[in-house]
Design a protein around this ligand. Structure first.
Ligand code: PMP
Length: 360
């Protein structure tokens, strides 16, 4: 048995993998794979439209928002967001709470003035109080990352921006908890953590923010162009979108987004409790309030690399893969995305307790 605790691309629901396998050579009696179909044919068009419909339904997306399916990953959106939205005033505010929002901030500086809302800390372990933020009333938008995949810092609130459009990177906690879409100007998320394989990025954007792209914006990144063509202005990643649509059905069968949140709370509190009750054998650097339900970084004995290597080796022998922390923070990181079952998390938790007993 192998359990894949990777940060993304990540574990996908077994049930969906099997479903897709069954349909791989013959989709719904068509005699061909979805991979081989025209992106403008009736069969694929239905798959595409159903995927968008499911996103709208699962997240309760209001009518004045468009759902776009784009390529270029989260990184592509670092540029696209800026090229499409910064034109209004030429500047934007960035809330930098980890390495991904830092990357987005750096990218934005290519297209306008990007301001840090608070100074960049040396280590990303918390979210400064909103009263300390310096928001620019003239910003075209305020940007943040809801869950920092590398650092394990997750927001437990939606920033207040006083009517300036709020832009959110939800790549690593998308569809893991409910949220009020109407509080946002734009939300984007790469698929490869919670909703499918890599290759498609979901963008949810309020209608009034569409149509203001800088002249240099490539058409594939221009939200107006993508929206006008219902995300088929060029060939979309058809098979990936099909796969995601199957994951959406799986989420619906498993309690919807609230069901995913309940599971995430259960799985992550199991591991955090073990960390907290280990007498500092395991330590998580993140402030308790902002500890991520999706990505849980921790060290062993204050960063004993020999012991951490031993932990990873033993874990792999038991089939638990990809638990190594990101190279920039070291240690261990477990990711507990939607497809990780409670049993998977319990298995890891049991191993952590045993490893603690044998090495404390
Ligand atoms: N944002 C977040 C929060 C991420 O975790 C990642 C990495 N998967 C990215 C953006 C960049 O995504 P991509 O590799 O798809 O460009």
């Amino acid at each position: 048995m192998v359990i894949n605790f990777a940060a993304g691309p990540a574990k996908l629901p077994d049930e969906v993998l099997k479903e897709v396998q069954q349909e791989l050579l013959d989709y719904n009696g068509t005699g061909m794979s979805v991979m081989e179909m025209s992106h403008r044919g009736a069969v694929y068009t239905k798959i595409h439209e159903d995927a968008i419909k499911s996103i709208r339904e699962l997240l309760n997306v209001p009518d004045n928002y468009k759902v776009l399916l784009m390529q270029g990953g989260g990184t592509g959106q670092f540029s696209a967001v800026c090229m499409n939205l910064i034109g209004r005033t030429g500047s934007a505010d960035y809330i930098v709470t980890g390495s991904w929002s830092l990357k987005a901030y750096k990218e934005a500086s290519k297209y306008g003035t990007a301001n840090l809302v608070f100074p960049k800390p040396d280590k990303f372990t918390t979210i400064p109080n909103q009263s300390e933020w310096k928001l620019n009333p003239n910003a075209s938008y305020v940007y943040y990352c809801d869950n920092e995949t590398v650092d394990g810092v997750e927001f437990d609130f939606i920033p207040e921006t006083h009517n300036i459009p709020l832009v959110c990177d939800m790549s690593s906690n998308f569809m893991s908890r409910t949220f009020d879409v109407s509080k946002f100007g734009l939300i984007f998320a790469g698929a490869q953590k919670n909703i499918g394989p890599s290759g498609v990025t979901v963008v949810i954007i309020r209608d009034d923010l569409i149509g203001h792209a800088l002249k240099i914006t490539p058409s594939v990144f221009d939200y107006a162009d993508v929206a006008k063509n219902n995300s088929v202005s060029n060939t979309p990643p058809t098979f990936i979108i099909y796969f995601c649509s199957r994951v959406f059905e799986w989420i619906k069968r498993n309690g919807g987004i609230e069901g995913m949140n309940k599971l995430a709370m259960k799985k992550s509190s199991l591991i955090y409790n073990t960390i907290n009750n280990s007498n500092n054998f395991y330590t998580c650097p993140v402030d308790e309030r902002y500890r991520s339900r999706m990505n849980l970084p921790f060290r062993i004995k204050g960063g004993d690399e020999t012991l951490e290597k031993e932990f990873l080796k033993k874990a792999e022998q038991l089939g638990m893969m990809q638990l190594k922390g990101h190279r920039s923070v070291g240690g261990i990181r477990t990711s507990l995305y939607n497809a990780i079952t409670v049993e998977n998390a319990e298995f890891l938790n049991k191993f952590m307790n045993e490893f603690y007993k044998n090495n404390k």
